[in-house]
Design a protein around this ligand. Structure first.
Ligand code: ADP
Ligand code: MG
Length: 231
């Protein structure tokens, strides 16, 4: 597996503006940020083989340097429960991408573990020209998109700051459990915030980072999509 600098170097050589999801997730792993297991398949047979190794249900996604928002081109199919579903999704994604973006260079299809639905949070980082990278936290979906219920701290952040970030968003009570949702593992989110802070502090080549969404469980958390934009 490539090292963090190798991944950044490859992207720079190819003049890419962002990392592919498997590259971004490999970097996350090196920084102990939990991500869904994945493999890159180059044909249907391989996709089925990987799905069986990973375990059903799985998710299939397009891997292309020309596609940054994968669902916009029909490049994501979730909850695939058997080999037949994987084969169909593989064909469907290829067709969708060819239709929406005929010029897209296709590296392969990402086969990944399906993270069970849960409370979704977002961790991000953006670079301020004056203060350097800032870390963002919020709950996913409408909380960030509609209500802009997010909070920021300049990196590097301390553990106390990470805990403050989590408790100061308005949606925080949802993390303590509601209706049939169990309480979320706050310590797991704290670790992700601290490791993200370390990652962007140690790598100036990161212009923007987006872990969106992260599923948070009663025990542990899992990053479902990771985007890293380069300087
Ligand atoms: P995009 O590039 O469009 O942001 P994502 O990888 O975020 O693509 O996939 C779109 C959506 O599909 C996610 O926001 C999430 O709701 C769902 N999804 C993607 N991957 C998984 C997964 N491994 N487990 C569960 N849900 C997933
Ligand atoms: Mg996404």
């Amino acid at each position: 597996m490539s090292t963090v600098s190798e991944i950044f170097n490859d992207a720079r050589k190819e003049r890419r503006k962002f990392l592919l999801e498997p590259e971004a997730k490999t970097i996350c792993r090196k920084y102990k940020i939990p991500v869904t297991n994945f493999e890159i398949a180059e044909n249907e047979t391989e996709a089925v083989k990987f799905a069986e190794e990973i375990g059903y249900p799985v998710v299939l996604k397009i891997v292309s340097p020309d596609v940054i928002h994968k669902s916009d081109v029909g490049g994501v199919v979730i909850n695939l429960k058997d080999a037949k579903a994987v084969q169909n999704a593989y064909k469907q994604i290829m067709d969708n991408v060819k239709e929406h973006k005929p010029s897209a260079k296709i590296i392969g299809i990402l086969v990944q573990e399906m993270a069970p639905p849960s409370t979704e949070v977002i961790v991000g980082a953006t670079k301020d020209p004056q203060f350097g990278p800032a870390i963002m936290f919020g709950l996913g979906g409408i909380f960030v998109e509609v209500l802009k219920d997010v909070t920021f701290r300049i990196a590097p952040i301390t553990e106390d700051e990470a805990r403050e970030m989590i408790t100061e968003v308005r949606a925080y009570p949802l993390l303590k459990g509601y209706r049939n949702m169990p309480p979320a593992d706050i310590d797991a989110i704290v670790k992700i915030l601290l490791n993200t802070s370390r990652l962007v502090t140690e790598h100036e080549e990161i212009k923007e980072l987006d872990l969106n969404p992260i599923m948070v469980y009663e025990k542990g958390a899992k990053t479902v999509d990771a985007r890293i934009i380069l300087e």
